[in-house]
Design a protein around this ligand. Structure first.
Ligand SMILES: Nc1ncnc2c1ncn2[C@@H]1O[C@H](COP(=O)(O)OP(=O)(O)OP(=O)(O)O)[C@@H](O)[C@H]1O
Ligand SMILES: [Mg+2]
Length: 253
């Protein structure tokens, strides 16, 4: 997580003394951590500890109470910075077709027509939805809807991708598929990813780092580095060992 002096690691996101209260409710309690450029950081923490609140603070959906969040050493500005956010639950727009959904972030950024078509085609192909481009969300399965969200996020070629329990509602097989898809896209693009999940196995499968949060008022309990080689084998003894280590930390929530 922390950039070490003297090597090439760069810090992408810096969270300094972040505190967020809702009225009298203290949710995030003086939290500080760094996310390296190109990292895939998985965040696990109990329900209601403020994981979504953190992403909403980063994207300025919420005002923070105190502290700061920096992107490339500047105060984060979602209007200018290339951030994509896949919300908890289905976040497709029902009145738009698959291709219009994927194009949505590009429309906002006023990407020229031709470039837009190219990006939409590319990411529809990558997530296997080319055939369904004219469909509406109500005609798709849960995993296809997630694919639309993933394609929409990646089409904007974000420097920072935020994912809030994107696979929570899916069955195991689809989850595995989409996890591999995410890894493939992450490796291809080198984008920095912050991935929130309740699922410890998923965190160990995906994460370069795993950050464990406490109960409210929330602080960082521990951040573990995950050097297991990819593709990861969920049955390998080292995998199981790391999963148990994270589980042990979580037991004390
Ligand atoms: N807009 C809001 N106004 C008031 N309280 C809020 C608001 N948003 C979140 N909270 C409170 O802040 C706390 C953290 O909520 P948040 O949704 O960030 O948790 P979470 O870690 O994402 O939970 P989950 O794992 O269930 O998604 C909760 O106690 C919630 O009730
Ligand atoms: Mg949440």
């Amino acid at each position: 997580m922390e950039a070490k002096a003297g090597n090439e690691r760069q810090v992408k996101v810096q969270v300094n003394h972040l505190t967020k209260k809702f009225g009298d409710l203290l949710v995030l309690d003086d939290i500080s951590f760094d996310v390296e450029k190109g990292d895939l950081l998985c965040v696990v923490g109990p329900t209601g500890c403020g994981k979504t609140t953190f992403l909403n603070s980063l994207t300025k959906i919420y005002d923070i109470t105190s502290g700061e969040i920096l992107l490339d050493s500047h105060p984060v500005d979602p209007k200018k910075d290339h951030i994509a956010y896949i919300f908890q639950g289905n976040s497709t727009m029902p009145w738009l077709t698959v291709e219009q959904n994927v194009s949505f972030g590009l429309d906002i950024k006023h990407v020229p027509q031709e470039k837009k078509r190219e990006l939409v085609d590319k990411y529809l192909e990558i997530v296997g939805l080319t055939k369904y481009r004219k469909y509406y969300p109500k005609q798709l399965s849960a995993s296809m809807l997630q694919r639309v969200s993933i394609a929409r996020a990646f089409a904007t070629e974000p420097e920072l991708l935020l994912m809030d329990e994107p696979y929570g509602q899916l069955d195991i097989e689809l989850r595995f598929k989409l996890e591999d898809e995410l890894i493939r896209l992450w490796e291809m693009t080198g984008t920095t990813v912050i991935f929130i999940t309740h699922n410890i196995e998923e965190a160990v499968y995906l994460g370069e780092h795993i950050m464990v949060l406490t109960n409210k008022p929330t602080t960082v309990k521990q951040t573990l580095q995950n050097d297991l080689p990819r593709p990861r084998d969920i049955a390998a003894p080292e995998f199981v060992r790391l999963r148990e280590e994270v589980t042990e930390l979580i037991k004390w929530w």
